[in-house]
Design a protein around this ligand. Sequence first.
Ligand SMILES: *[C@@H]1O[C@H](CO)[C@@H](O)[C@H](O)[C@H]1NC(C)=O
Ligand SMILES: *[C@@H]1O[C@H](CO)[C@@H](O)[C@H](O)[C@H]1NC(C)=O
Ligand SMILES: *[C@@H]1O[C@H](CO)[C@@H](O)[C@H](O)[C@H]1NC(C)=O
Ligand SMILES: *[C@@H]1O[C@H](CO)[C@@H](O)[C@H](O)[C@H]1NC(C)=O
Ligand SMILES: *[C@@H]1O[C@H](CO)[C@@H](O)[C@H](O)[C@H]1NC(C)=O
Ligand SMILES: *[C@@H]1O[C@H](CO)[C@@H](O)[C@H](O)[C@H]1NC(C)=O
Ligand SMILES: *[C@@H]1O[C@H](CO)[C@@H](O)[C@H](O)[C@H]1NC(C)=O
Ligand SMILES: *[C@@H]1O[C@H](CO)[C@@H](O)[C@H](O)[C@H]1NC(C)=O
Ligand SMILES: *[C@@H]1O[C@H](CO)[C@@H](O)[C@H](O)[C@H]1NC(C)=O
Length: 816
Amino acid sequence: MDAPFLSTSLAVLATLFLLALPLSAATHDILPLKSSLFVEEYETNILQSSDGTFSCGFYNITNAYNITSAFTFSIWYSNSADKAIVWSANRGRPVHSRRSEITLRKDGNIVLTDYDGTVVWQTDGKFPNVRYVQLLNTGNLVLKNSSGNIVWQSFDSPTDTLLPTQRILATTKLVSTTGLQVPSHYTFRFSDQSILSLIYDDTNVSGVYWPDPDYQYYENNRNLYNSTRIGSLDDYGEFFSSDLAKHQARVASDRSLGIKRRLTLDYDGNLRLYSLNNSDGTWTISWIAQPQTCMTHGLCGPYGICHYSPTPRCSCPPGYKMRNPGNWTQGCKPIVEIACDGKQNVTFLQLRNTDFWGSDQQRIEKVPWEVCWNTCISDCTCKGFQYQEGNGTCYPKSFLFNGRTFPTPFVRTMYIKLPSSLDVSKKPIPQSSIHDYTLSGLDCDHLNTITTEAVRNMNKIGGEEPKWFYFYGFIGVFFIVEVFFFAFAWFFVLRKEMRSSQVWIAEEGYRVMTSHFRMYSHRELVKATERFKHELGWGGSGVVYKGILDDDRAVVIKKLENVTQNREEFQDELHVISRINHMNLVRIYGFCSERFHRLLVLEYVENGSLANVLFNSKILLDWKQRFNIALGVAKGLAYLHHECLEWVIHCNLKPENILLDENLEPKITDFGLAKLLSRSGSNQNVSRARGTIGYIAPEWISGLPITAKVDVYSYGVVLLELVSGRRVFDLIVGEDKTKVHEMLKKFIKMICYRLDNEKSLWLAEFVDFRVGDEFNYLQAKTLVKLAVSCLEEDRKKRPTMESIVESLLSVDLARS
Ligand SMILES: *[C@@H]1O[C@H](CO)[C@@H](O)[C@H](O)[C@H]1NC(C)=O
Ligand SMILES: *[C@@H]1O[C@H](CO)[C@@H](O)[C@H](O)[C@H]1NC(C)=O
Ligand SMILES: *[C@@H]1O[C@H](CO)[C@@H](O)[C@H](O)[C@H]1NC(C)=O
Ligand SMILES: *[C@@H]1O[C@H](CO)[C@@H](O)[C@H](O)[C@H]1NC(C)=O
Ligand SMILES: *[C@@H]1O[C@H](CO)[C@@H](O)[C@H](O)[C@H]1NC(C)=O
Ligand SMILES: *[C@@H]1O[C@H](CO)[C@@H](O)[C@H](O)[C@H]1NC(C)=O
Ligand SMILES: *[C@@H]1O[C@H](CO)[C@@H](O)[C@H](O)[C@H]1NC(C)=O
Ligand SMILES: *[C@@H]1O[C@H](CO)[C@@H](O)[C@H](O)[C@H]1NC(C)=O
Ligand SMILES: *[C@@H]1O[C@H](CO)[C@@H](O)[C@H](O)[C@H]1NC(C)=O
């Protein structure tokens, strides 16, 4: 082969290549006019965005949902392990694996046809001079005309996912998908009040379940009636929306540029923000709209009750049985129907801490319980009623739907109508255990909890009683609009007034999550503390005083120093903290934020701190009490870390911050301060100044991002102290305090060795001598082993607080 020939052939090749360019481009991000993608070539013939992030073409859904040879025309994340679909042209109507095709027709429309030529989907518009379809790097599939303008885009018709830069508008919504890629009843859209909401939408039923309908709009930080109705996620993972009080919300827990995300309305009705891990293609959840699964509407069907036991699950109330075993879609039905001839005697069964949200026939105010009872018993269509003790509000219900129990006691009481002839005294009443609530979260690795499984099967609700009266509390809404500008003032004034009467107590019980919480004036607190006379001590965050409120409640008032946030941010943050409610966490009753004063009003806990009790031997803690403290603290922390999101990291756990009540039940204090006292809430910036030598995790010092695992480390140290009754510094005697980590590491090694080799002998020596022989060997061993794993250098190896709670419960004698 001589040189001229070679160069000629190269030239020919180059020419051919140039000629072929438009064609080869077609296999990349462009589909030119009058060309098609065929289902048979679904693996090779796809569009791919120029940076490779997204792919578009036929998608085999056979594997995932087990129906014979089904394909959808979809866009998906190319690099995610599960090839997560972000858009589909034909949800609910898959096409065959043979002869289906998608074509950009001469008239400028994209048309999807099935094996027999049936048009399954098309853009259906008048688009003159269309040149090509292109898949953009944002995941948007667009139709461009000859002047390069976009005349149609997939972003305008989202399915169940919103991508960064994609907008949700007045006319668009996300709709969740059930198993077969069929749209289901959960939607994410602007409500009639222009609030971006999660809404359960069925033919006969519609109800908002996020933002929490039990709170007023301003309490949820939303503005009503901004008709702009635009929402979108930006590249940092922040969400902007016209109804947000500040038009913007911090969303992603991993806020930063360059992470690929998607906001998806999952089949269980929950909205989750996912971040892609580029190296292994997995998704992590960085935000979740409704952390409490049971708050989602319609999960358990008619009459069904969602409760935590400890994972969320559905059950029927006494007197009812599952309509279709294995499928919660249809909920429950009465074992004995109540006829409307009035011949049957009926009674009401009380269900504590339970509510069936919505379908109120009416709202009768300020009536005694008997009147409410009478109203329901004399109306055959009434299935039960909710009654508010205290302010005497009565809600007879025509239908029992959205049933759920609350993990907090005294929230709501429901009375359901049953035939007297039915003996239900031995039937269990679905309840949520307060203690187990911490474990009730969403299982992030396996989304197939019982309720989500139920949702997967969810279809139309076959309601028995078609009468639906829906209130939504419109009255309340209009009232608020009217006095919108005075809303805040009204809110606090009303609270204050009611407090003096009986009503306040009932209201407090009803909405213990927020109502307990209020703003105090500085003057009130001056009075409560008698001009800050009774100083209790000095915590890391400021001076602490004892006070007595007007209602004779003993409280602790903490003067915060170094609060860098302005008043608004401070109050926002407190709104979050105010919802934290757990028996092992010190209650926050309220706050004061006037001029430069920043004070917190906290529950007064009888027995002082664990540090005092443990190291100053005022009270001798026996073994059972120590174990109970370990368990309680673990539960409190697990609650703070809250499900899969690192919601609140304590950052300064130590015996000084664990208080003991009169029953020696532990209550963690000072949580949430890490956020209050730092400029921005982002994890990186959680003020590193906090934390105490001896209890802080090694990554704290090396400058790695702070995660919930720093609390796990501190908990490990506390466990060692609790078991041995000695300060960590006394355990690693005589050493330089700056080398605490080094020494602790050596100490742990020693523990591991002796635990393995000397067993009970060594344990008996290690356990606090004041306990004597009265300790439980198995429990002591579990505690020490847990401490060892909590003190792992590598934070990934440390267990989560939830798994610690589980380990402890498994050796809890009180339970077995
Ligand atoms: C689609 O996927 C399923 C399951 O992986 C497989 O059995 C089937 O052969 C695939 N269909 C086609 C046309 O490749
Ligand atoms: C597919 O569905 C059929 C019928 O519903 C069932 O019998 C079969 O076990 C399923 N196969 C798989 C792999 O799930
Ligand atoms: C392309 O679309 C834009 C916007 O719809 C329109 O203004 C423009 O005239 C179109 N160009 C051609 C050549 O049709
Ligand atoms: C409505 O929302 C838009 C977009 O966020 C904002 O610019 C506008 O000021 C809002 N209007 C009112 C009355 O708040
Ligand atoms: C991504 O996955 C890799 C491999 O599993 C893991 O090592 C890495 O920590 C993950 N990155 C993030 C940010 O989770
Ligand atoms: C209903 O209760 C009344 C009074 O207790 C009783 O006399 C009557 O027999 C009962 N009716 C039925 C159908 O059980
Ligand atoms: C559950 O019930 C619905 C409505 O009747 C039905 O469409 C669905 O197929 C059922 N699911 C299962 C798993 O039986
Ligand atoms: C809605 O209500 C009508 C009667 O008002 C009833 O016939 C129908 O079955 C109900 N649909 C659903 C899905 O419950
Ligand atoms: C009674 O209390 C409930 C719960 O706080 C509240 O929603 C309702 O409006 C109150 N009713 C009256 C009449 O104040």
